[in-house]
Design a protein around this ligand. Sequence first.
Ligand SMILES: Nc1ncnc2c1ncn2[C@@H]1O[C@H](COP(=O)(O)OP(=O)(O)OP(=O)(O)O)[C@@H](O)[C@H]1O
Ligand SMILES: [Mg+2]
Length: 435
Amino acid sequence: MSTTEYYNPPPPNNGGARAAAIIISMFILIIIGVVSCYCAKKMRKAIVSDLRAAVAPPLPLSVIQVWEVDAPTMERFFRELAEEKPVRFTAQQLCTFTENYKTILGCGGFGKVYKGQFPNGVKIAVKVLNRGPNCNIEEQFMAEVGTIGRTHHINLVRLYGFCYDQFLSALVYEFMDNGSLDKHLFSDTRELEWEKLHEIAVGTAKGIAYLHEECQQRIIHYDIKPGNVLLDVNFSPKVADFGLARLCNRDDTHVSVTGYRGTPGYAAPEFMLKNFPITFKCDVYSFGILLFEIVGRRKNTRPVGDDESLDWFPKKVWEEFEKGELLELTEACGIEEKDRAKAERMAMVALWCVQDSPTTRPPMSAVVKMLEGGVEIVPPPKPFHYLFSVGTNVLKPPTSGSGSGYTTSEGTDSYWYKETTTPIMAKYEITVASI
Ligand SMILES: Nc1ncnc2c1ncn2[C@@H]1O[C@H](COP(=O)(O)OP(=O)(O)OP(=O)(O)O)[C@@H](O)[C@H]1O
Ligand SMILES: [Mg+2]
């Protein structure tokens, strides 16, 4: 038999057999495709459920699984999961994360805060909310938590998740290594440089500006104070507890009269008047008080009923400003010469923020601009009339008719500041040139 015979092609009329072969191969291919799709789906499901367990292990035993999942995959999954919406945890999981609520970080108006850790090593702070009779029902709770959880900004503390069951409402936040600003601001060691404090003020203002002006639905904080400004490992500030006012009522230590929200000393004067509309400008007032505390490095909170106190630092700042001696005051506060111009600026911004009339207070985006420099701050009018007279008139804007003056837009002068034509560095450039 010759080789040519052996390799002869099939006769051209064998079309039926060829078609059958094609159909069979296609069928085999389809089966292979379906089987591999099914296997991939199953594997993906298994990985996802493994990862879910890794994020929220129901029992201590499951913790072991975490280390079986490779860390980067888990980390990515966790991030993606948390970016979508806050994760719901069970009470048992929170108990595991906090090692049975072993370490308490602090206690505030909403409840206690505990240190914890996800099984992947990410540190967390678990805020167990007081359950009062007025606490929100589950749907409301979920709706509010959903809003807080979707609010992301570099200067806002992240909400990773929550727990809501018959007995427990809790929020799971990112852990902030350096705790709250008050601990550093009012410590005798003064370990935070003034420059850093200025950065903290700007970052905090940006966080609040985001809540007020950039969120789909404006969020009023109601409780701006150094205790609610948390510092990360680099001492960068993040505003904490936003959205909580709508979530749950506070305990009695933070409530003095019906309808009063926030912390005494930081709360805007409009809270003391019945039926006066409360707007986002109440946060601007509280931020002003915080700025005074940064300048003076001391707590401004006055005992209730101590309105006449001569020693109230914000009032002193106004008096010195009126005399044109704000720089001297910053010197008396122990601020180094190189930082005094910035401190003077900060004090002026603070005086604007604490204006009696909410309308006269600048919006937070204007506050950011004024704090950052590069604009000339208009001299603020006298604040604190409310300390001496009672009634809604005190909280009305000083001059009506100039309503448009209260608005601000990028690149234009506003009621609170003027754009400078010369760059801010010009002063230094002239000094250098004249040496
Ligand atoms: N995410 C967090 N990371 C690290 N520490 C935290 C975190 N959240 C809160 N803390 C600590 O727990 C303390 C108590 O916080 P909490 O918010 O309960 O009280 P507060 O801020 O003093 O009062 P308020 O109820 O008015 O907010 C804070 O001072 C802070 O030191
Ligand atoms: Mg707080």
